[in-house]
Design a binder for this molecule. Structure first.
Ligand code: HEC
Ligand SMILES: [Cu+2]
Length: 479
């Protein structure tokens, strides 16, 4: 008996030691009666920008003015959508206050809007997170105040019925309640947020898409203009080798949990669920719908970091993808890049098929114009061919032949249809260089094959022309 109680005392003692050295920022309890001095207007920013660090050392009254705007914007290339926004962009404005601050919140519902809206901030201690106090019709403003009692990174969203629809249409953002002593300095802070859009049409369907919450579709990390396909065409998040980065990452949902991961980077620090607990050396952190995480890392080598939801079909097939470009000198002590490459062809290699969903619609497809085919073709090229044939069809010397001005392609009477439908294997010569490798057959609809080939023939200098879905069908029927 005696020894047993001894043991439990020792165990308790260890537990105490352990908990005192576990990493978490120190929690401070706010006394709401503490004095509030002075007043400031909150600086609000659009993703991926974050408002400046708070230097104020005492509790302040912070005035936040947020306007709800319903407007049509780009959802993806060639796809428009009527968004409901906090501040004109999706995700909504980033709000930064300090623990202990008194936040005087003003919500404005623009007179041109069609619907009532409100705001539920997860940083609020009070009914509905402010939802009831802020419910307003178009052309009205509402005001309420709350004390930022708890530090952390919080989601805010509209909570007007039907709530799911208001969130699905873009009504969410983040509010950071910074700890008293402030977060440790880093070189860059960025704001990213994931969410899903539920469109009437399928993923990739062009034109204006209505939301009818029918299918899980288009899931994105932040507003589309921040996806950086190419360095110059779009803005992207940029940092230098050696710099430290802090991401304020939120998940607006409305439904899906994010397995947040940066390809080619390890999170040195994760403020788990946006709270005070710090985890270290994390590959993927789980972010619930209506939750957040703060992640930090140092960029040691140059390259593009892809921020993804590691439920990976969402990233590469639905758009839950954002990029951080790291520029600077290579460091071969950290990463060498490819040191060597040679052909590996074991006995009996055969052409494999890359399977895709069977096109649902088997009815004859209306032929598209050259312009429409080019637009669809570019998108399809990027998702089906670019992994091997590279950006702008430049190929990889010795392995993947170029598609630019290819004498091999131009000489084919089938315009290349057979290459996509059947795959290609064995020695071929493209512009004087010999290739002996395997291209898998890619399973696509007639319409998709026609668009990709039209794009390749025109964009990559292969003599132009329009490939029709009917041509592809004729080739298939002959087989
Ligand atoms: C998994 C890698 C891979 C993918 C994906 C791929 N290809 Fe290929 N492709 C190859 C290889 C390898 C060859 C050369 C085959 C050989 O050596 O016989 C090739 C050859 C070709 C050629 C003939 C050579 C030339 O340069 O003109 C064309 C045209 C072509 N591919 C088009 C496409 C198109 C269009 C797509 C997308 C639908 C695509 N490929 C997807 C690997 C790929
Ligand atoms: Cu709303």
């Amino acid at each position: 008996m005696k020894t047993q109680s001894y043991l439990s005392i020792i165990a308790l003692f260890f537990a105490l030691i352990l908990s005192s050295c576990s990493t978490s920022t120190e929690r401070r309890i706010i006394d709401p009666d503490e004095e509030v001095k002075g007043q400031v207007r909150a600086v609000l920013t659009d993703a991926p920008e974050v408002p400046p660090r708070i230097t104020n050392k005492s509790n302040t009254k912070v005035i936040v003015e947020l306007e709800v705007i319903e407007k049509q914007m780009r959802l993806a290339d060639g796809v428009d959508y009527t968004f409901w926004t906090f501040g004109g962009k999706v995700p909504g404005k980033f709000i930064r206050v300090r623990q202990g601050d008194l936040v005087e919140f003003h919500l404005h519902n623009h007179p041109d809007n069609m619907l009532p809206h409100n705001i539920d901030l997860h940083a609020v201690t009070g009914p509905g997170g402010g939802a009831e106090a802020s419910l307003i019709a178009p052309g009205k403003s509402a005001q309420f105040s709350f004390r930022a009692l708890n530090q952390g990174l919080y989601v805010y969203h509209c909570a007007t019925a039907p709530v799911g629809m208001h969130i699905a249409n873009g009504m969410y953002g983040l509010i950071l309640v910074e700890p008293l002593e402030g977060l440790p300095p880093v070189d860059h802070e960025f704001y990213v947020m994931q969410s899903e859009f539920y469109t009437a049409g399928g993923y990739g369907d062009r034109g204006h898409q209505d939301s009818i919450c029918k299918s899980i579709d288009e899931i994105r990390l932040c507003s589309d203009e921040w996806r950086c396909w190419s360095f110059f065409r779009r803005k992207c998040m940029m940092v230098q080798v050696g710099e430290t980065v802090r991401l304020f990452m939120g998940n607006g949902g409305p439904n899906l949990v994010s397995s947040f991961h940066a390809i080619g980077e390890i999170f040195d620090k994760v403020y788990v669920e946006g709270g005070t607990l710090i985890n270290n050396d994390v590959q993927t952190t789980l972010i619930p719908a209506g939750g957040s995480a703060i992640v930090e890392f140092k960029c040691d080598v140059p390259g593009t970091l892809h921020l993804v939801d590691h439920s990976i079909f969402r990233a590469f097939n639905k758009g839950a993808l954002a990029q951080i470009k790291v520029i600077g000198d290579e460091n071969h002590n950290v990463y060498t890049g490819k040191e060597k490459e040679e052909v590996y062809l074991p006995e009996g290699s055969a052409i494999q098929k890359i399977k895709q969903d069977k096109p649902e619609n088997t009815e004859p497809i209306a032929e598209l114009s050259l312009e429409e085919r080019m637009e669809a073709g570019e998108r399809l090229y990027k998702s089906n061919c670019m992994a091997c044939h590279m950006d702008h069809g430049k190929g990889i010397a010795g392995t993947f032949p170029p598609l630019v001005n290819s004498d091999y392609l131009k000489a084919r009477p089938d315009k290349g249809i057979g290459i996509i439908l059947d795959g290609l294997k064995g020695e071929i010569t493209v512009n004087g260089t010999t290739y002996n490798n395997i291209m898998p057959a890619v399973s696509l609809s007639d319409d998709q094959v026609a668009s990709i080939l039209t794009y390749i023939h025109n964009e990559f200098d292969n003599g132009g022309g329009l490939v029709k879905a009917a041509d592809v069908k004729a080739y298939r029927d002959k087989q």
